[in-house]
Design a protein. Structure first.
Length: 309
């Protein structure tokens, strides 16, 4: 399992830790990969819970690897982060946005079974562990794994100003002629905003879903409280932009469907992450069924929550 956020003080994640310990004790090979900076920062309660869970896991035979160690004490904590989310359980692969975090979030993963691809991807993760970072493991090159004729998995290495996932997302928006659906953690800015604007102006039906800025952590809350309202006012009049209602859980989904191309993964499609250099994963598919199913999965979660509220 690879994730950025790991919060074992939540009961669901504490239960997962126990299950992983039990799996290792009965002989399963269990490995966890986390971003070092994220693992070692945050509230004291969170850091202590992570360290205690790491101790319990390792005592049970689980290999816990902390990668992307910061080279300088005074450096940007967001630069070079491992933001990818991947799990491999036997021959089943999961790729998407879910961290090992609280479960009351709106999120999405793609999953499929293939023993050969599971072994191939496990080898990739082993290489990251051995090298200490995705960037070192991939030698500064973003990785492409072909899943089938219509689907591939992209792994951004985390090189500043380089992201194959982001490039393909912008290309998909630019080439759209009918519709774009985007469910994003942040309100789109920079190139993402401009490409969506251009698509709307040429007649593409654009729909956006994003969080309320008040739901973000402090740094992003301050930025987007100012940025989001300005961006919403500037949006082309045809764009349907929906800010999640107050009281709904945080939406952690990162989904873009532009005509027949769908991108689902960990990438926020935000220029800042690209500029800093963030290791990301995404599934990119030209199968219309995958795009439709992804959109419907997000809508189903929102509808269920709306009914509850």
């Amino acid at each position: 399992m690879m994730a950025m956020a790991f919060r074992p003080h939540f009961s669901e994640i504490s239960d997962l830790v126990r299950s992983l310990c039990e799996a290792a004790e009965r002989g399963a090979k269990v490995q966890l990969i986390f971003d070092t900076t994220t693992f070692e920062t945050g509230r004291t309660k969170w850091v202590n819970a992570r360290r205690a869970a790491k101790h319990d896991l390792e005592d049970s035979g689980v290999k816990v690897s902390l990668v992307n160690r910061r080279q300088a004490k005074l450096s940007n904590p967001y630069s070079g982060r491992l933001h990818a989310k991947i799990s491999i359980i036997n021959d089943q692969i999961f790729v998407g946005g879910c961290n090992l975090n609280q479960v009351d979030q709106i999120d999405l993963m793609a999953s499929w079974k293939d023993s050969g691809q599971a072994n191939q991807l496990a080898g990739v993760l082993d290489k990251i562990i051995a090298s200490g970072s995705a960037r070192s493991a991939f030698e500064d090159r973003d990785l492409v794994i072909q899943i089938d004729n219509q689907t591939k998995m992209i792994f951004d290495a985390g090189v500043p100003h380089q992201s194959l996932i982001y490039d393909l997302a912008l290309q998909a928006i630019d080439e759209s002629s009918k519709s774009v659906f985007a469910a994003l953690y942040f309100f789109p800015t920079g190139k993402t905003f401009r490409r969506l604007q251009a698509a709307a102006k040429r007649g593409v039906k654009v729909r956006l879903l994003h969080n309320r800025p008040a739901r973000y952590e402090l740094v992003y809350r301050l930025i987007y409280t100012a940025v989001a309202p300005i961006g919403r006012r500037r949006l082309h009049k045809s764009v349907l932009a929906e800010e999640l209602a107050k009281g709904l859980p945080l939406m952690h989904v990162k989904l873009l469907t532009a005509d027949k191309t769908t991108i689902l993964g960990s990438h926020n499609l935000a220029p800042s992450g690209v500029n800093w250099g963030t290791a990301e994963t995404a599934i990119i598919s030209t199968d219309p069924k995958f795009g439709h199913a992804s959109i419907e999965a997000v809508k189903a979660q929102l509808n269920a929550l709306t009914d509850l509220t």
